[in-house]
Design a protein around this ligand. Structure first.
Ligand code: 5RP
Length: 236
């Protein structure tokens, strides 16, 4: 009996592979976070192992990316040691028609924004369920907050019309703590009409480290879909 392969898993694998196939030898690669990017990291590792890809350095956006890169044999570097990032591959929670994003489903959006913004080319890998007409319609907006400021920040967000909730851990009692030791507030806004304005306004609240709005950062969106049980990849 042959084991059934989950078509969603297969599609994520294919979209990750498609992004990894755009990486060339001799480049510095931003390594994103999440279940889709994990397949891109795996595919990069496979290409390095086979000798097809040489002289690659990765910049991880999270502990998850760092662990995976080590597991798949991708040499790592830090922002202190390099003067550029050639290409970054990362997932997203929502993508609008202007290629603006909501990220932070994995609480990694602060490091992701640093790395993805620095990249010469930023490739987003998603499944078609992440495409929205307007940001904020399906996913709450993650905001990373320094712990001592959590109460005043939540009050300030309410004054802006948002409904904030502290993100709680799964298989961990209490709040989620980010790779930087901070907390995450997930915010419901009735509508996000001006993503660029809201991104700046939120980051101006004292105690906010970074929010998950990525405006004008994305170069390429690779979208995976399952059609007739088979993965199909297209570019937005
Ligand atoms: C982590 C992120 C992820 O890229 C985003 O949540 C998408 O993850 P997945 O590919 O697992 O759906 O922003 O902070």
């Amino acid at each position: 009996m042959t084991a059934e392969i989950d078509p969603v898993k297969l599609m994520k694998q294919e979209v990750g592979k498609a992004a990894a196939s755009r990486v060339q030898s001799g480049t510095i690669v931003g390594l994103g976070t999440g279940s889709t990017t994990a397949y891109a990291i795996q595919s990069l590792g496979d290409r390095i192992k086979s000798g097809e890809l040489k002289d690659i350095k990765g910049v991880p956006t999270s502990f998850q990316a760092e662990v995976l890169a080590k597991q798949y044999g991708i040499p790592l570097t830090t922002l202190d040691a390099i003067d550029r990032i050639d290409i970054a591959i990362d997932g997203a929670d929502e993508v609008d028609p202007h290629k603006n994003l909501i990220k932070g489903g994995g609480a990694a959006h602060t490091r992701e924004k640093i790395v993805d913004t620095l990249a010469e080319q930023f490739i987003v890998v998603v499944d078609s369920g992440k495409l929205v007409e307007k940001l904020g319609s399906t996913f709450l907006l993650p905001v990373e907050v320094i712990p001592m400021a959590i109460t005043p920040v939540m009050r300030a967000i309410e004054k802006l019309g948002g409904k904030p909730e502290l993100r709680m851990g799964i298989k961990k009692a209490g709040p989620v703590i980010t790779d930087q030791g901070n907390m995450v507030v997930d915010v419901k806004f009735d509508t996000i009409d001006d993503p660029a304005g809201l991104e700046k306004t939120l980051n101006n609240i004292p105690g906010v480290l970074e929010n998950g709005l990525f405006v004008g950062v994305t170069d390429v969106v690779l979208i995976g879909e399952v059609k007739d049980g088979k993965p199909v990849i297209r570019e937005m």
